[in-house]
Design a protein around this ligand. Structure first.
Ligand code: LLP
Length: 438
């Protein structure tokens, strides 16, 4: 085993052929069979995360708690089937996600519909498919939900998205930055109070709870404890003022994952247990009935289940500057580097035994100089056309953020880890790409 390997997820290993393996499957074999660029996803890891979340939530919050998979992280039919099997709810943000969940036969009563701008058509589409819960973001939406529900003679279950004014990265409560958000109703400006009164007054809206989401890539419970405190103190104030106490409290998603060995590992169960203890304390202190708690993990459910395999096309050394290694994918299958400057681990997938002493910049194939997949990557000196590179932790916000820039087809998704590898999403073809052109 090469000592350079610092496995950032337990589903990674190398075999006797010095090939990288995901869930024990040789990724070079998979690249040969399915072509590159290729998204791989470890189904066993996804199921393990789902079970970890569900068990921890049941223990910490009670059996009425719900884990909702934030399907914006990765939305394709097979994932909704897996979530259905694992007893996980889903958070959907568009009719496209709803359509995909329906295609999977997902029980839509367990779906929570987010988004800060649901059109009338979206609301109608979601209601017609039996989406269980709407998370209302603004007053216009509340009126529209009421009107669509009236037409169907139903009372729609609704949560209000509230912004408790917490900055996840400074842990600073009452940060104006977070009150100043396109999402939700601020608890500190009186707007949340007004929204609650409005929701309670609408005959076809059944206000069941509050929702909040503080941020993404959060590595410990501190920010959740603070959020819980703000939300429950606010709940107690509203109870006193308006006599309304929510049945449900959705505390959002956001636990972080390891993109590189610099990122800490989050102990999901321990963090949820800490949130559960604080919930009990606060409810008894504030004399509140313990609400049913929902959490909406996206990234931490699927990110480290995934990796992307690329084939090297060229190695270009510019003396005195740098060495560019170009691969057959790029910002079309990984938007996160260009958008956020995100860091990743890149491995020489079919040369895992060779010393990595050549510092390179891995470049994508798009006609845009910003299409750089990662800088300062260490690769073997022998790197050349035809070699395979693996980019780790690409299960979340990759396929779901992929584009067809430069008319590049999206890669397929192959699932591993539960029996024989299988195709969950096929590779886009040129016919797919031109299918809409009239
Ligand atoms: N719930 C709500 C209301 C959200 O807005 C999000 C993420 C989640 C749950 C899930 O958060 P997670 O557990 O995945 O951190 N494209 C960005 C991430 C955007 C996250 C948006 N909201 C990225 O690639 O890093």
């Amino acid at each position: 085993m090469n000592t350079q390997n610092d496995w950032i997820c337990p589903n990674l290993s190398a075999n006797e052929r010095n090939h990288l393996c995901l869930a024990g499957e040789d990724v070079a074999d998979l690249a040969k069979r399915y072509g590159t660029p290729l998204y791989l996803m470890d189904e066993a890891r996804i199921r393990n995360r789902a079970q970890t979340y569900r068990t921890a939530a049941e223990q910490a919050f009670g059996s009425d708690s719900r884990i909702l998979y934030a399907s914006k992280a990765a939305s394709f039919k097979r994932l909704y089937e897996i979530m259905r099997d694992e007893g996980i709810g889903v958070d959907v943000v568009s009719c496209g996600e709803i359509a995909t969940a329906c295609l999977a036969g997902y029980p839509m009563g367990n779906a929570f519909f987010h988004s800060n701008n649901k059109t009338d058509a979206d609301i109608a589409y979601a209601m017609d498919r039996g989406v269980g819960f709407f998370v209302a973001d603004n007053a216009e939406e509340l009126y529209a939900i009421d009107s669509e529900a009236e037409q169907r003679q139903i009372k729609q279950k609704v949560l209000l998205r509230l912004t408790p004014g917490i900055d996840p990265h400074t842990y600073e409560a009452v940060s104006t930055g977070k009150v100043d958000s396109k999402f939700g109703f601020a608890t500190q400006t009186g707007q949340a109070d007004a929204a609650i009164m409005l929701a309670l007054s609408l005959p076809h809206v059944q206000l069941v709870g509050y929702h909040c989401h503080i941020g993404s890539q959060v590595f410990d419970a501190t920010v959740y404890l603070q959020t819980l405190e703000v939300m429950l103190r606010y709940t107690a104030t509203v109870k006193k003022k308006l006599g309304f106490e929510p049945k449900l409290l959705d505390i959002g998603g956001g636990f972080g994952v390891r993109y590189t060995s610099n990122d800490p590992e989050v102990d999901i169960a321990a963090n949820i247990a800490a949130i559960g203890r604080r919930l009990d304390q606060l409810c008894s202190e504030l004399k509140l009935t313990k609400p049913e708690i929902c959490m909406e993990p996206g990234r931490s459910m699927v990110a480290d289940a995934g990796m992307t395999i690329y084939t090297v096309g060229s190695v270009k050394d510019i003396p005195g500057y740098r060495t560019y290694v170009s691969v057959d994918g790029g910002m079309t299958d990984n938007a996160r580097v260009a958008l956020y400057g995100a860091s990743y681990t890149v491995l020489p997938a079919d040369k895992m035994n060779e010393d990595r002493t050549l510092t390179v910049t891995v470049a994508g194939r798009c006609c845009e100089s910003g299409d750089i997949l990662q800088r300062n990557v260490l690769l073997p000196q022998s790197v050349r056309r035809g070699d395979l590179l693996a980019m780790l932790t690409t299960g979340a916000y990759h396929y779901s953020m992929a584009s067809n820039y430069n008319r590049i087809p999206r890669p397929p998704i192959v699932m591993v880890g539960c029996g024989a590898p299988y195709l969950a999403v096929r590779r886009e073809t040129y016919d797919d790409l031109t299918a809409l052109d009239q």
